[in-house]
Design a protein around this ligand. Sequence first.
Ligand code: PEP
Ligand code: MN
Length: 364
Amino acid sequence: METKLDLEPISLPGVELTRPIVIAGPCSAETEEQVINTAVELAAKGIKIFRAGIWKPRTRPGAFEGVGSEGLPWLQRVKKETGMFTSTEVATAHHVHEAIKYGIDILWIGARTTANPFAVQEIADALRGTNIPVLVKNPVNPDLDLWIGAFERLNRAGIKKLGAIHRGFSTYEKTKYRNHPMWQIPIELHRRIPNLPIITDPSHITGNCDLIQETSQEAMDLNFEGLIIESHECPARAWSDAKQQVTPAHLKMIMDSIVLRDHAIDDKPRQTLDELRSEIDKLDKLLLETLAKRMKVSEAIGTYKFEHGITILQEGRYDEVLNSRRDQAVKQGLNPDFVVKVYEDIHEESVATQNIIMKTLSKK
Ligand code: PEP
Ligand code: MN
């Protein structure tokens, strides 16, 4: 489905937001002192937009669920005393009204809320008539349409200053990430809605303060617009997400280390790039021809299995294929996890093809 949004750039009075837009602050507002101390340190490091969760969606009940409206005057103090803009998460119409009442500058919708169209609609309706910038985190599940649906709901309610926060996706498999980045999803979002800024959240993607730098660099190399990073005056004592928060000093080191590469290629010598791209085109043709041949062999195997009354799936064989391709990937200097992923998809397609063959032949 085509996506057409009526968007305006996210602007804040008196500042020009240049790439990378950086939003930083604690996962949660805990106490007035913690909020102010962290904000003062961040402002001194040049941060212009402060974040702090006031209402916290927690996986299990009984965990710290945020200080609630009591923390909103603390954010007002941040604005007054440091000049930073403030942002917080909203999940209900009540949160929206409260946040606006206390002059919060930017709202964001959390990943669990984006996954619920009723909740997003309630927020969109509560925002009608305002012109506040709203950032929408990707839903916890890797569903691009659900993410886009949230932008459409807000846009239909007249909200034009929209941005996306890419915070990674839940997976059943354990990986080095807390939420797998699945970069192809925000890349596809950008392809579908080119003027929607994308802000990466390396804190919730990695869940690990040691991985924030490399993930931020990856986001910048994909030409995304900004970063939202959790920073706490004393991460070890944080009431939520302690492992992924960095001190303001650490955040400054991360920001200083990030290399912003040039996106425009018009002014670079084109010849070598054109040559390299044409080489890629040729190799892809070979890859696809090989894949087509492989599928034909797989079909022949399907017929053989039908004729001999053998089941399609033979687990031993599947393991053998994955393990041997993994070994070969390592020998050839390829990332074995990537190769296994490709083979999982190829195998799934082969099984589907053989299923069709079995059904067709049984009807004869
Ligand atoms: C947060 O930003 O602190 C948060 C709760 O994030 P998410 O919605 O991405 O889990
Ligand atoms: Mn958090």
